[in-house]
Design a protein. Structure first.
Length: 478
């Protein structure tokens, strides 16, 4: 980089004892303006000379309120940055670093982070959530270097800060009733909501999730679910929270684009348990995505390909036959299912017995079972109507019992009076006190319905026992 020589600067004293400074045909009435001009144009030699002579201080600002360091970083003059950082107060290092992160000037960021002053005082600056801190700063007091770097996905900066122990603190939920949240809400609830949203923006960063967590997919699922919950309670920032949640959903879907083989896909879709545990169950992660309603993940082509593979496992020949042959196979399987189920019970690992665990066939049998149940109800209702047509009365079934029944009615004063009042009211001298008898023996269809209900209930209890009541109730189809 070429820089103007010092001979270009001339000092002229006027009669009014005021000083004027000429710098390559440009005149400055104030040496501060000259210094700011040198900084903004990258003349680190002139800037250094003025600071060394004590003619100007490094923390001066222009008429727009921009400091010399701000102008230097904004214009990406690395050499001048090195000059100014050795002379500015340490409190300004935070603003300088945040501005460099915001603008994405990697070399300046690295230099500030490794500067001795920053490394010495970085943990002793004013608290980032102190409302009195950094009132004159371009950035709000809750913004820390790692939050800003994460929000703008500055990979190298986030990596450096994480390696040096920096983390984004997870904010408390909006309904939190701890003393800190209650006091913060009482003093400025709007400010509290802004701080929470700012932290979530950092936590939702793709770079931060990828670098900070051993299981980024699980973290993205859980954080996306938390953000959608916050969108329902934080009404004023509802759209921002939904946007962050959708951003995480797309991030996880993009991770699937990088899967390079069947083995990697199986590891992703079958992972379960804690991030540090090597536990795998068939489609466990896929089931979690369904539970959290992660549509981009579930509908991704790689997931759908794996689902199709499992759906036609052991019956892959059906994918190459026409619809009629496929329908005939399903009908034949349903007809033979009682015998196949018996074979599964006796020899569960046999080729025929294992068909009972085939997902596609299990689904078809489940549907057929419901249709059979509906058919049983309709048929049972039809025969019940026929039975009602042949209903007998008590007087026909057993006259002796009927006579005793009538005698007991007239022995009871209340019943006898009610009967007399009914005769007087209706002017009917004949009152039928006979009782119709319901058919007691269940028909074969009612017995089949009873067996179906017992089997259905037993199946549901098994599902609850294997999944747990909370997971079972969360599945929408239940």
């Amino acid at each position: 980089m070429a820089h103007p020589r010092r001979q270009g600067l001339h000092l002229n004293k006027s009669e009014s004892v005021s000083n004027s400074y000429t710098y390559y045909n440009k005149t400055f009435d104030d040496i501060t303006d000259l210094f700011l001009f040198a900084c903004s144009h990258g003349d680190y030699i002139l800037a250094y000379d003025l600071l060394q002579r004590g003619d100007v201080k490094a923390d001066v600002s222009d008429k727009m309120g921009k400091s010399a360091l701000h102008l230097v970083i904004e214009n990406k003059h690395f050499e001048v940055v090195k000059v100014l950082l050795n002379t500015i107060p340490y409190e300004q290092f935070r603003d300088a670093l945040l501005l460099a992160i915001y603008l994405g000037h990697t070399n300046i960021i690295d230099f500030i982070l490794n500067h001795q002053t920053y490394r010495t005082f970085s943990g002793k600056f004013l608290g980032p959530t102190d409302p009195q801190a950094y009132d004159d700063s371009q950035f709000s007091s809750d913004i820390t270097p790692i939050i800003l770097a994460a929000q703008y996905n500055r990979l190298s900066t986030v990596h450096y800060l994480l390696n040096h122990g920096e983390r984004i603190q997870k904010p408390h939920l909006s309904m939190c009733s701890c003393n800190e949240c209650v006091e913060s809400a009482a003093s400025d609830s709007f400010r509290q909501a802004q701080v929470r949203l700012s932290a979530y923006k950092g936590l939702s960063s793709e770079v931060y999730i990828a670098l900070a967590y051993r299981d980024p997919i699980l973290q993205a699922f859980e954080l996306s679910h938390e953000l959608r919950t916050s969108a329902k309670t934080e009404h004023y920032f509802s759209e921002e929270y939904k946007k962050l949640a959708n951003q995480l959903s797309l991030f996880v879907a993009r991770l699937l684009d990088n899967v390079r083989g069947h083995e990697e896909l199986e590891i992703i879709l079958n992972k379960t348990g804690l991030p540090h545990e090597e536990k795998y169950e068939t489609l466990a992660r896929f089931g979690l995505a369904v539970q959290y309603r992660e549509k981009p993940f579930v509908s991704h082509s790689n997931c759908q390909q794996k689902l199709n593979e499992i759906w036609y496992e052991n019956i892959s020949f059906l994918t190459n036959v026409d619809a009629f042959k496929r329908a005939m196979f399903y009908v034949g399987y349903i007809i033979c299912f009682p015998f196949i189920a018996l074979a599964h019970y006796i020899l569960p690992k046999s080729k025929i017995g294992s068909l009972c665990q085939q997902p596609n066939l299990k689904f078809k049998v489940y549907i057929a079972s419901y249709f059979i149940f509906i058919a049983l109800i309709i048929t049972s209702s039809y025969f019940s109507i026929i039975d009602l047509a042949t209903t007998k009365f008590l007087s026909d079934y057993n006259p002796t019992i009927y006579k005793n029944y009538i005698r007991l009615i007239f022995k009871n004063d209340d019943l006898r009076n009610d009967l007399i009042n009914y005769i007087n009211t209706t002017n009917d001298t004949v009152v039928n006190c006979d009782i119709s008898l319901r058919f007691i023996k269940p028909n074969v269809f009612q017995i089949a319905i009873f067996i179906w209900i017992i089997g259905f209930t037993w199946n549901k209890f098994n599902q609850i026992a294997s999944l747990g009541i909370r997971v079972y109730l969360k599945v929408p189809s239940k």
